[in-house]
Write a protein that binds this ligand. Structure first.
Ligand code: GLN
Ligand code: ZN
Length: 764
């Protein structure tokens, strides 16, 4: 028999109950007990609904009030000193680590967050040092296993493996130079032993141990650590299912196959081609293979026919008893259920599968592979075939003009007419900016009034005309403000945008929006990504009206503002039937038309934001070049359709460029602005080292906090920048958009910024 399994379920609740409860707890509106009660209800709902779908291996222990990595830090007492001795309850220490805390007598910042592999989920980075005093403060896996058991549901508990837990962490400030968290493995293993032994004692037959770092290149150097860890844990633990996801094992399978584990999980959604190698590697062992056939990362219905084929391939060599059908990863990255979508058409609904529906998919695929004669299974298989056929037909009837246009892209279209040195002279005349031009990244405070006006438009309480009038006034306020304080290159402030991706998605063909398809981004922050469902095109200009209006208000140059193709793609659920490259190029062509239209409307500078280029990097280094080629080409395609007079800008919300620098250079944007206020000057040295010759605006202050940078502080920053960069290249700007800031600090900070630029003009 082929068993079915789910690696993890969304923990936000079908109606975002967890967000509401957690935030209410933070606001002091509900007690810890009430919070626990809500959590228990959400867990119960997940377990019972997954069980009702017929899943054999139901996960427990992966639920979290904030983040599962943070759960492990708290459980193993990996609590940085700054959060200790504050007189807080363990729960409040936990939240303080996640989000910081500012209450009477307590003022601690949040821990660092990092992206969870290549997903849009962020985990709280554990901090280790020689002093780390591991203790097993609680055993969440056992508690939740028992909690489910009490409801009559037997689960397979999930824990993050010891090697990944350490490797995903970082050295704490107090650690000695060169300290590597993995060096703590011998100290940590006894606690994992206790944890796993307790699970066995509690009656768990299996345990799912996640070691996602096994799909990274760096894991190749950790064979010794993996071997010692699992050799020590296996004898006391329940049967271990070692899970990997998001990419392929590659040669790491050679040592993984020798570990004393009972099962191995691989991601066949992301890396189907690895099946053959993995089967070969474990063939002569007793290891059970869990096939990640149902995507934990997208929202599309699984093509059963394709999945069954892969399943059969595994069964041929291993036999049905050694094969499990599973989700490719935890379903944490998918919305809870399609049942919550009331506005999608029946046709659209038929394309998708959210977490709960995916749980049903694994059971059907497993049943088919087990040779089930059940009528319900047969009809589910037929229904899936029909849905997939309808979806394929829809895809084929998608927009042919767009496809032809993508196929006809030439290298010529990617390049500006003249090199930067020539463009720079021409742009200096059209834009007439002073030395050290001051500008901002685009958005100005999204005030309560702006959000209310948008809500009213949505509810029909404002007409489109009334709303547009309101937006015009907002733009005028922002323009007059910038003129008043003496900024040079102005922006319109983006008051009309709900979100930098959704706004464009709603104006483009090829996107679908949901009402309730929330996925956790971090802590209590959830996002509702748009879904790309067909070929993307631009029915009409999207931003020209607003930018042209803003320009009409002032003699100073106005910067147009767009979100780049790679960012729109990375922050949406992409199609599964065509490559990301094609989707990115379709988006690029739509944006290219917009850029040209903006120029024709009298705009002389346009910024195309690409904050997500870096995060789209594949997990395996050997895949980087191919990605960077099409990602950079997409940006160039979007921006190179204009005359030399037009100054292109781009913005990146990060500052680690060292490893992708040549690609940043190849973008050939006239000006790039980057996040540099927190980083040291290392980054600017990289620019210098590579002989970067286009213009750069390293953020002169951090907009992520309400703190106002002092005038001297900004001058000092400019001075240290000018120690490295030639003065002709420097733009002066904050390090990101101002939408989350209030007006008060915005005004004070920008006044100081303008002051700093003036000072630089006098002194350089
Ligand atoms: N133009 C956008 C803004 O100012 C850029 C934000 C971003 O890249 N994250 O809000
Ligand atoms: Zn930014």
């Amino acid at each position: 028999m082929v068993a079915s399994s789910v690696l993890g379920f969304p923990r936000i609740g079908a109606n975002r109950e967890v967000k509401k409860a957690v935030e209410a707890y933070w606001a002091g509106k509900i007690s810890a007990d009430e919070l626990t009660k809500v959590a228990a209800e959400v867990k119960k709902a997940s377990w019972t609904s997954v069980k009702a779908q017929g899943v054999d291996f139901i996960p427990s222990g992966e639920f979290s009030l904030y983040d599962h990595v943070l759960d492990h830090s708290a459980a193993f007492n990996v609590i940085p000193k700054r959060y200790q001795g504050l007189g807080l309850s363990p729960l409040d220490v936990y939240f303080a680590m996640g989000r910081g805390r500012q209450t009477e007598g307590v003022d601690v910042p949040a821990s660092e967050m990092k992206k969870w592999f290549d997903s849009n989920y962020h985990f709280v980075v554990p901090e280790f040092s020689e002093e780390t005093d591991f203790k097993l403060n609680f055993n969440k896996a056992v508690e939740e296993f028992k909690e489910a058991k009490a409801l009559g549901i037997t689960t397979r508990p999930v824990v993050l493996g010891p090697v990944s837990f350490l490797v995903l962490g970082k050295a704490a400030k107090e650690a000695k130079p060169g300290f590597q968290p993995i060096s703590l493995l011998p100290k940590l293993l006894p606690l994992y032993k206790t944890l796993l032994a307790d699970l066995k004692e509690a009656g768990a037959e299996w345990v799912q141990v996640d070691e996602p770092i096994l799909v990274l290149d760096s894991a190749a150097g950790l064979e010794k650590e993996f071997t010692s860890a699992y050799t020590e844990l296996a004898p006391v633990a329940p049967k271990i299912l070692l899970t990997t996801y998001f990419a392929r094992l590659d040669t790491n399978v050679n040592f993984v196959a020798k570990l004393p584990i009972a099962g191995l999980h691989i991601d066949l959604d992301r890396a189907p081609a690895q099946l053959e190698d993995v089967v070969k590697a474990i063939k002569d062992t007793k290891i059970v293979l869990s096939l990640g056939l149902v995507s934990g990362r997208n929202i599309w219905k699984t093509d059963f026919t394709a999945a069954i084929k892969l399943g059969q391939q595994a069964i041929e060599t291993l036999g049905a008893d050694r094969v499990i059908v599973a989700t490719s990863s935890s379903l944490l990255h998918t919305p809870v259920t399609l049942a919550s979508e009331k506005k999608l058409t029946e046709e659209q609904k038929d394309w998708f599968s959210f977490a709960l529906e995916k749980a049903g998919e694994v059971t059907t695929i497993a049943a088919v592979l087990s040779g089930s004669q059940d009528a319900a299974v047969a009809s589910a298989l037929e229904a899936n075939k029909a849905s997939i056929a309808k979806r394929r037909a829809f895809e084929q009837n998608s927009d042919d003009t767009v496809r032809k246009r993508v196929a006809a892209i030439t290298d010529d279209q990617l390049e500006r007419r003249s090199p930067f040195s020539v463009r720079k002279e021409i742009q200096a005349k059209t834009l007439n900016l002073p030395k050290f031009p001051t500008t901002t990244i685009g958005s100005f405070p999204q005030t309560k009034e702006i959000r209310q006006a948008r809500a009213k438009l949505g509810k029909g309480e404002l007409t489109q005309e009334e709303y547009d009038e309101f937006i015009k006034k907002e733009i005028e306020t922002v323009v007059r403000f910038q003129e008043k304080i003496g900024l040079d290159l102005l922006v319109h402030g983006e008051p009309e945008r709900n979100d930098m991706v959704q706004y464009f998605g709603e104006l483009l063909n090829g996107f679908v929006f949901t009402q309730n398809a929330w996925v956790q981004s971090y802590g209590s922050r959830y996002v509702r990504p748009p879904i790309i469902v067909s070929d993307v095109s631009r029915p009409t200009p999207m931003t020209v009206k607003w930018s042209a209006y803003a320009q009409s208000l002032t003699k100073q140059p106005m910067k147009g503002m767009l979100t780049g193709p790679v960012t729109i793609l990375n922050w949406s659920f992409p199609r599964a039937d065509v490559s990301r490259e094609i989707q990115s190029k379709q988006l690029a062509l739509a944006l290219r038309d917009e850029v040209v239209d903006l120029e024709n409307a009298g705009i002389h500078a346009i910024q195309v934001d690409e904050p997500a280029i870096r995060e789209g990097l594949p997990l395996r280094r050997s895949d980087w070049d191919a990605y960077l080629k099409w990602a950079v080409d997409s940006f160039k395609l979007a921006t190179a359709g204009v005359t030399d007079k037009l100054q292109t800008h781009s913005h990146f919300c990060y500052s680690d460029f060292d490893d992708i620098f040549p690609s940043i250079q190849r973008l050939d944007a006239d000006v790039i602005s980057i996040e540099a206020s927190k980083a040291d000057m290392k980054l600017l040295n990289t620019f210098k080292q590579y002989g970067y010759s286009n213009q750069i605006g390293p953020g002169v202050y951090d907009i992520h906090s309400p703190r106002v940078p002092g005038g001297q502080e900004i001058k000092d920053r400019l001075k240290s920048m000018l120690d490295i960069l030639p003065d002709s290249l420097l733009f002066v700007n904050p390090d990101c958009g101002l939408k989350t800031r209030g007006w008060k600090e915005t005004e004070a900070s920008l006044v100081n910024l303008v002051e700093g630029a003036k000072w630089a003009r006098e002194n350089y």
